[in-house]
Design a protein around this ligand. Structure first.
Ligand SMILES: Nc1ncnc2c1ncn2[C@@H]1O[C@H](COP(=O)(O)OP(=O)(O)OP(=O)(O)O)[C@@H](O)[C@H]1O
Ligand SMILES: Cc1ncsc1CCO
Ligand SMILES: [Mg+2]
Length: 272
């Protein structure tokens, strides 16, 4: 399992897949650099006139609604429609789901009209999306993590997407599959757009493994966590954390990755 996860990281380095992101102004530079450090090739574009042609040449599409507006939402729809037509994976980052009616309306439309291949958000975003997709409040949940897990499962069933909840522990939910990753460091949440970076890396891994989206998502989040942990050991604070994180993505070797990776998997089990 750990060796197989490493082989997916090596495949991204080897294949250097082209990842098209329509993402927010805040994180464009961070995510492009993270993709490069992991061995992928980033392109950011949103002009309506080039969406079809751009999506024709990429391996995967990442849609992040962080700083959405009406023009960009149309770009997203054009790009997603083309990705769907060409059978290419597309990954959704529902930044700020639940924060405003406009965000919710856009997200609900994207999820309902064009099914994402993978959705990655933090617990509150995943819970907001699940309630938009008809989930009634969980009656069984006894704690926040369990509530988020029920939401992720609901969202997975409603959309068919692989659903990732990121946080201190990352959970990846597929159809009858659940993996938990226990790496990472609290300093990661002090750098803007680490979640967006996670989603961009998922895009790269899906591009390299288009028929194994669950495993691709696990590998991308495993890389995030291990690189984050290594970076935190070197960093003095958020500034150097950002720099060391890019270096860790680039330098990481299989021995260190396998030694550090903390992964647990459950089949057919959705209790946390
Ligand atoms: N307390 C923590 N301990 C370990 N890892 C963490 C912690 N908090 C976040 N992470 C890691 O940081 C990355 C980003 O996850 P997070 O849930 O913070 O995303 P987010 O809320 O969408 O962030 P943003 O919106 O700022 O991009 C993931 O790889 C996650 O595993
Ligand atoms: C701070 C911020 N605002 C909109 S997007 C973004 C980056 C983190 O998602
Ligand atoms: Mg986020």
């Amino acid at each position: 399992m750990k060796q197989e996860t490493w082989s997916r990281i090596a495949a991204v380095r080897h294949q250097s897949p082209l990842v098209h992101s329509i993402t927010n102004y805040v994180v464009m530079n961070n995510t492009a650099n993270a993709l490069l450090a992991a061995g992928a090739s980033p392109i950011m574009a949103h002009a309506h006139s080039e969406m079809e042609d751009m999506v024709a040449i990429i391996g995967a599409l990442v849609v992040n609604i962080g700083t959405l507006d009406e023009y960009w939402v149309k770009s997203m729809e054009l790009a997603i429609a083309q990705a769907t037509a060409l059978g290419k994976p597309w990954v959704l980052d529902p930044v700020g789901a639940g924060a405003t009616p406009y965000r919710n309306e856009v997200l609900n439309k994207l999820i309902t009209d064009y099914k994402p291949s993978v959705i990655r958000g933090n617990a509150s975003e995943i819970m907001a999306l699940a309630s938009m997709q008809g989930q009634t409040k969980g009656v069984d949940s006894t704690n926040a993590a369990e509530e988020a897990m029920e939401a992720a499962r609901h969202l997975q069933q409603a959309t068919g997407a692989v659903v990732c909840i990121s946080g201190a522990t990352d959970y990846i939910v597929g159809n009858d599959k659940l993996v938990a990753l226990h790496n990472g460091h609290p300093l990661m949440s002090r750098v803007t757009g680490m979640g967006c970076t996670a989603t961009a890396l998922i895009g790269a891994f899906c591009a390299a493994h288009p028929t194994e989206l669950f495993e691709a998502t696990v590998a991308a989040m495993a890389l995030m966590g291990v690189a984050g942990e290594i970076a935190a050991e070197q960093a003095m604070g958020p500034g150097t954390m950002q720099l060391h994180f890019l270096d860790a993505l680039y330098i990481l070797q299989p021995e260190d990755f396998i030694q550090r990776l903390q992964i647990t998997q459950q089949q057919d089990a959705f209790s946390v």
